[in-house]
Ligand binder design. Structure first.
Ligand SMILES: NC(=O)C1=CN([C@@H]2O[C@H](COP(=O)(O)OP(=O)(O)OC[C@H]3O[C@@H](n4cnc5c(N)ncnc54)[C@H](O)[C@@H]3O)[C@@H](O)[C@H]2O)C=CC1
Ligand SMILES: CC(=O)C(=O)O
Length: 316
């Protein structure tokens, strides 16, 4: 956001807060601040602008209430409430955080070189457990972390050495992630309080085997795995990926005693994604532009359904 726009924005906040700031006071460029709001849905839900001016924070410090250093002074925040904003409901209180980013003032070498030390993130309320850390389990684990689905990941498998190695590999990637907490064990106690448990443990097909051929072996594993998950995470959603995933979802439902709404099978998602890719590839369009599904069981009896609509510019 350009500075003139910001000037339009800032007095609005100040006015709402009963302040009479003069936007001339905002004219000294220094760092870059990003202004965020939060509401009852969570923090940083909405970025409402960037601006460049140290005096705004200063002014907040002197005239408003809080120029607080949060997080052990690792970041400077200007914290304000305001009660109205275009597009938001009147009287709904929102927080404003102004976060200062160093290293934006070109001539300020110190600002470029000096970064305040941040503490590790300590609140984790979105625990996800992945049981079975083979090819599928680790792909799930990596996707969960890299897409920011959870910052609190637990890995469970039968093999301690393998668990340790996979855990360390993920932990060593923390710099590129959002400082996640990653734990691993053969003991299900580490999974306690998970919101989602993804089950990928089990045997996979060999040549000439169908997914249903795996049923007995993997159903036996479920009898061992599911009760532990229920014991430690009685409110979790179970996502069953092990094959045959639809039948094993049923098995997991029966063993767990959970309501049906808390058992999800990965079903034909993978098949659908494959199908869309193939059509997209054939038509030279993006998979997201293909409307096609594989329905039925994730297995040899599944059925393809699709719709093709063509106009001058698009194929849908
Ligand atoms: N639903 C879907 O779309 C897909 C399902 N699958 C299924 O996922 C399952 C896993 O496949 P992969 O990862 O390729 O196999 P994998 O052999 O690479 O990994 C299986 C993992 O499960 C672990 N495991 C076995 N018994 C266990 C137990 N009692 N407790 C904890 N961990 C246990 C093994 O130690 C191993 O690490 C298979 O059943 C496969 O058919 C695979 C691909 C897609
Ligand atoms: C293994 C399996 O279910 C799949 O790749 O579709």
């Amino acid at each position: 956001m350009s500075i003139p726009n910001v000037h339009r924005l800032i007095p609005k906040f100040l006015r709402v807060n009963g302040l009479t700031a003069n936007s001339n006071e905002l004219s000294h460029n220094y760092g870059t601040y990003k202004i965020y709001s939060i509401n009852e849905h969570g923090p940083f839900s909405e970025k409402i602008g960037d601006f460049e001016d140290e005096n705004y924070l200063y002014m907040n410090e002197k005239n408003l209430v809080r120029h607080k250093s949060l997080n052990n002074e690792s970041q400077s925040y200007a914290k304000r409430y305001y009660s109205t904003k275009e597009g938001s409901k009147p009287n709904k209180l929102l927080h404003i955080y102004g976060r200062r980013c160093y290293a934006t003032k070109p001539e300020n070498v110190k600002g470029k070189l000096m970064h305040e030390i941040q503490k590790p993130i300590e609140t984790f309320d979105d625990k996800v457990t992945v049981v079975g850390i083979g090819a599928v389990g680790m792909a799930c684990a990596f996707s969960i972390l890299s897409q920011g689905i959870s910052n609190n990941l637990v890995l469970i498998d039968m093999f301690e050495n393998k668990l340790e190695g996979e855990m360390m590999d993920l932990q060593h990637g923390s710099l590129f992630l959002k400082d996640p907490k990653i734990t691993a064990s053969t003991d299900y106690a580490v999974s306690a309080g998970s919101r989602v448990c993804v089950v990928t443990a089990g045997v996979r097909q060999k040549d000439n085997e169908s997914r249903t051929d795996l049923l007995q072996r993997n159903a036996d594993l479920m009898k061992n795995i599911i009760p532990h998950l229920v014991e430690y995470s009685p409110n979790a959603v179970l996502l069953i990926v092990s094959n045959p995933c639809d039948v094993l979802s049923y098995v997991a439902w029966k063993i767990s005693g959970f309501p049906m709404t808390r058992i999800i099978g990965s079903g034909t998602n993978l098949d659908t994604s494959r199908f869309r890719y193939m059509i997209a590839n054939r038509l030279n369009i993006a998979p997201a532009s293909v409307h096609a599904w594989i329905i039925g069981e994730h297995g040899d009896t599944s059925v393809a359904v699709w719709l093709v609509g063509i106009n001058e510019k698009n194929v849908t």
